[in-house]
Ligand binder design. Structure first.
Ligand code: FAD
Ligand code: NAI
Length: 474
């Protein structure tokens, strides 16, 4: 049976499912194909983000933070809790049910928006005057015809040569989110976003965590003031982070042994009960058969697209992790919306200069715009102002005064060029900076806006005031 659609979206992660819903809202007939399976073999749309990424990791970060607070953080508030015990099975079960709620929510949204969902793998077969033929193999076996195709097939974890993931002892993000007993010694290779988030989860739950990182500089893409502060705080929490190492042989036996050489050239052999490898992700085009229609990939395996997400064939688009740019769920979603609107003849737009980043450790790290080191490298004249949470009344009341807010503004025009936060609720605080930058606001604009007292957001206002050297509370 052949079914024809205005738009067929391949991949039901944040890029794909959002593109499908927006295209349906705009009056097009839409199908979305996704192959992710739940433990019963049924559909589990939402992609990496929902199943083994953003959502389960944030569920475990939240639960493990509660555990740590209940164990160590409540006495100063006058709340004495004795005999705190970890129920890991319950914690994992809650995480799984949060994931399922999101899977079900997406299936409901498809129904509500009349998006036809196909559970299986989508592969290009051919192209003709009618459009593109896409075979679905899996639970639904059909061939669909599409006037427009949106590829949103996402990414997969990068393996280290010689250390394949078995998801029992050598873990990708998938295994790292499903460990059934707290490992005594947990190794992590890569002090990036996953390494720090998952390392934090398991440290809070009782593992001795050692993170081995190749680069000599901690979080090189983060503003250096914030990265230095975060590094100091993570070490204080008990994460052992070794920078500038060269990983050698990894052996997976009764335990996992990792040989590495440190910055002084000294050789080490570390033994771990589990090893998470989080050294970045690669685009996923497995089974897509782009060659069947002559679709081009770039030299790194991403679907080649222009700045509008147009691929190298007419009416073929690609969004999210499978194309250039940051691998973030909200970036994928913005591209998905923009592509659906472009297909409908509208002017979809994504501002790559104002995509926020958040690392959900404690304290959280969040930023938007350029870092101080980037401004220096670009030769931009800038002013900076920062404000520590130590001087913020709400942070003191919370009992969480670590970190700071830092503003970078153009030296002449005062336009905000970057905002960098390490501290409590940085993930929420950064939105104000994103809005300000989207409207090309100046630091003075933020400094003159009334912020409720006592809130953490007053630290944002004070950092903006500090750009003009007139912070009031510090
Ligand atoms: P994906 O989410 O990878 O979805 C692609 C979907 O396509 C998958 O369901 C896949 O099975 C399916 N698919 C692939 N090929 C085919 C095919 N041929 N046919 C049918 N289906 C196919 N980002 C954030 O912004 N915030 C976070 O907090 C965050 N946390 C993360 C934590 C972890 C541990 C990880 C690994 C990632 C995290 N990310 C986070 C990144 C985020 O998950 C990705 O950027 C996002 O999922 C990308 O969305 P996507 O739609 O491009 O691809
Ligand atoms: P990453 O790019 O954030 O970090 C990888 C780290 O591994 C880097 O510091 C890199 O220098 C290091 N590395 C690379 N090769 C190495 C080697 N051979 N030995 C030792 N270290 C090595 O990648 P990560 O953590 O795997 O996450 C992948 C992506 O997923 C992120 O870049 C991000 O886009 C997304 N993500 C987003 C989150 C969020 O928004 N909060 C959370 C988790 C993931």
């Amino acid at each position: 049976m052949s079914k024809s659609f205005d738009v067929v979206v391949i991949g039901g992660g944040p890029g794909g499912y959002i593109a499908a819903i927006r295209a349906a809202q705009l009056g097009m007939s839409v199908a979305c194909i996704d192959e992710w399976k739940n433990e019963k073999g049924g559909p589990a749309p939402g992609g990496t983000c929902t199943n083994v990424g953003c959502i389960p990791s944030k569920a475990l970060l939240q639960s493990s933070e509660h555990f740590e607070h209940a164990s160590h953080g409540m006495a100063e508030h006058g709340v004495d809790i004795k005999g705190v015990k970890l129920n890991l099975a319950q914690m994992m079960g809650r995480k799984d049910s949060v994931v399922k709620q999101n899977n079900d929510g997406i299936l409901y949204l498809f129904k509500k928006n009349k998006v036809s969902f196909f559970h299986g793998r989508g592969s290009f077969v051919s192209a003709d005057a009618q459009g593109y033929q896409i075979a679905v193999s899996g639970a639904s076996a059909e061939t669909l015809t599409a006037k427009h195709v949106v590829i949103a097939t996402g990414s997969i974890p990068r393996e280290l040569p010689g250390a394949p993931f078995d998801e029992k002892q050598i873990l990708s993000n998938t295994g790292a989110l499903a460990i059934d007993a707290v490992p005594k010694r947990l190794g992590v290779i890569g002090a990036g976003v996953i390494g720090l988030e998952m390392g934090s989860v398991w440290r809070r739950l009782g593992s001795e965590v050692t993170i081995l990182e190749a680069m000599p500089v901690f979080l090189g893409a983060v503003d250096e003031t914030v990265a230095k502060e975060a590094h100091k705080l993570f070490l204080k929490q008990g994460l052992a982070i070794e920078m500038g190492v060269k990983i050698g042989a990894i052996k997976n036996g009764k335990e996992v042994s990792v040989e590495y050489v440190d910055t002084q050239g000294k050789e080490h052999k570390a033994l771990f009960d589990k090893l998470i490898i989080s050294i970045g992700r690669i685009p996923n085009t497995i089974g897509l058969s782009p060659e069947a229609v002559g679709l081009k990939l770039d030299e790194r395996g991403f679907i080649a697209v222009d700045d509008q997400c147009r691929a190298t064939l007419p009416n073929v688009w690609a969004v999210g992790d499978v194309v250039r740019g940051p691998m973030l769920a909200h970036k994928a979603e913005e591209e998905g919306v923009a592509v659906a609107e472009r297909i409908a003849g509208q002017h979809g737009h994504v501002n790559f200069g104002t995509i926020p980043w958040v690392i959900y450790t404690s304290p959280e790290i969040a930023w938007v715009g350029r870092t101080e080191q980037q401004l220096k490298a670009d030769g931009v004249a800038y002013k900076s102002g920062s404000f520590p949470f130590l001087a913020n009344g709400r942070a003191r009341a919370l009992g969480d005064t670590s970190g700071l807010v830092k503003f970078l503004a153009d030296a002449k025009t005062d336009e905000i060029l970057g905002v960098h936060i390490v501290g409590p609720m940085a993930s929420e605080l950064i939105s104000e900076a994103v809005v300000a930058m989207e409207f090309r606001a100046s630091a003075e604009d933020i400094a003159r806006i009334c912020h409720a007292h006592p809130t953490l957001s007053e630290a944002t206002k004070e950092a903006a005031l500090a750009v003009d050297k007139r912070a009031l509370n510090f």
